[in-house]
Design a protein around this ligand. Structure first.
Ligand code: LCS
Length: 394
């Protein structure tokens, strides 16, 4: 960790989680080992009892993983973080740690499809009930809370509709109902939004997206506010086993150094592209938090430092027109995932959100014609020219 206190966010991206290491490397070494030698049998026993700090086994903790976790905890203004094998492993870790049979979850319907499916098909088997709500409507959230509600779970902006929930007010509602507010901050990253500062209890990310930023890692992270929660979550993650590995942690830690810079470009380009699309005669509608037409534009201006790299839109002519655009783009690549340096385009109804089912998809506003664009850091003129030639073919 830097010796300089009170660093700005961009400096923290470069320096957080970096310690002092043998031989003086400026980046953390990759401890590519599954296990660590004890000095003696007594030493090993005492590490297991928690009487002293030290590494035991990589599923339990590893210095390369811990360095990346410390960096992200610092960026989110959290206490500590837990690296997971994927974003879904992070979601699963949080639910496993916080829920028991008989508990109830209020979950935003504007979330990544498999999060809905996890609650509907896995946690329901263990006696956890979920109510899916429009989390951009505070009254709807309030009315969904029951005496046994333990978790209010939101993504904001939500994948893929970009519906925005008011974090300060949602945290108040959750806390009045004795529930915890869990926020998936994947779409914004801590460069643009810090949910813990606004009242959330737990934050999680798919590291696969903006935090790593280079489309070469699958990972997840959970950030918590206090030591007691950290210990409970660490025990849960150790038992359920969905940890990240040292090499992927190293790559994520490397990606973090340019997070602030990358987000600036993602946001600046996405704003221009969203405005260009909105003015295009072949476009039915565009959703982007930086457009005045976004239903929660005012909350977005208050809650986000800038408006992110994700855009959704519908081409006039619905699904078949959208399909034609996806097949015609040459620079933007037709692939799921998001938040990398390269622009990606995909169709949520048949891809990322197919598993959640048509009914909830339609209530959440994920129409069959909705196309999602993850704006990369290429020259914005090139991304627009590519979309133009694709739209010309429709
Ligand atoms: N949370 C959000 C907001 C996501 O977008 C995703 C993945 C996850 C959690 C799960 O993370 P993973 O396990 O994939 O690391 N979203 C994807 C998407 O929109 N396209 O492909 C994956």
């Amino acid at each position: 960790m830097s010796k300089v206190k009170n660093l700005g966010f961009d400096s923290k991206c470069v320096h957080s989680g970096i310690g002092e290491y043998e031989h003086g490397p400026v980046v953390p070494p990759i401890y590519q080992t599954s296990t660590f030698k004890f000095e003696s049998a007594q030493h090993g026993g005492s590490l297991f009892k928690g009487e002293q700090k030290g590494y035991i086994y990589t599923r339990m903790l590893n210095p390369t993983i811990e360095a990346m976790e410390d960096a992200i905890a610092a960026l989110e203004n959290g206490h500590k973080a837990l690296g997971c094998g994927s974003g879904m492993a992070a979601v699963h870790t949080v639910f496993s740690a916080l829920l028991s049979a008989g508990d109830h979850v209020v979950c935003s319907e504007a979330v990544y499809g498999p999060t809905v499916t996890l609650l509907k098909t896995v946690f329901s088997k263990f006696g956890v009930e979920t109510t899916f709500v429009d989390a951009s409507n505070l009254d709807v959230i309030k009315n969904a809370i029951k005496p046994n509600t333990k978790v209010v779970y939101i993504e904001t902006p939500g994948n893929p509709t970009l519906a925005i929930a008011d974090l300060v007010e949602t945290a108040k509602i959750a806390h009045e109902g004795n529930a915890q507010l869990v926020v998936d901050n994947t779409f914004m990253s801590p460069a643009l939004q810090k949910p813990l500062d606004l009242g959330a209890d737990v934050v999680l990310h798919s590291l696969t997206k903006f935090l790593n930023g280079h489309a070469d890692v699958v990972g997840g992270i959970v950030i918590v506010k206090d030591e007691e929660t950290y210990k409970h979550f660490r025990k849960t993650l150790n038992q359920t086993g969905g940890v990240i590995d040292p090499f992927n942690s190293f790559l994520v830690h490397r990606g973090l150094k340019t997070l602030a810079l990358r987000m600036e470009r993602h946001c600046a380009s996405a704003q221009k592209i969203a405005e260009w699309l909105e003015a295009h005669p072949k476009i039915e509608w565009v959703r982007y938090p930086g457009l005045k037409s976004h239903p929660q534009y005012d909350i977005a201006q208050r809650q986000h430092k800038a408006q992110g790299g994700m855009i959704t839109f519908e081409v006039k002519g619905g699904f078949s027109a959208g399909e034609a655009v996806m097949n015609a783009v040459k620079l933007s690549q037709l692939a799921v995932s998001l938040g990398g340096v390269e622009s990606l385009i995909q169709h949520p109804a048949s891809m990322t959100h197919a598993s959640m089912g048509k009914e909830i998809r339609e209530t959440a506003g994920i129409t069959d014609g909705l196309v999602r664009l993850s704006v990369g850091i290429e020259n914005v003129e090139d991304i627009i020219a590519d979309l133009k030639q694709a739209l010309d073919k429709v």
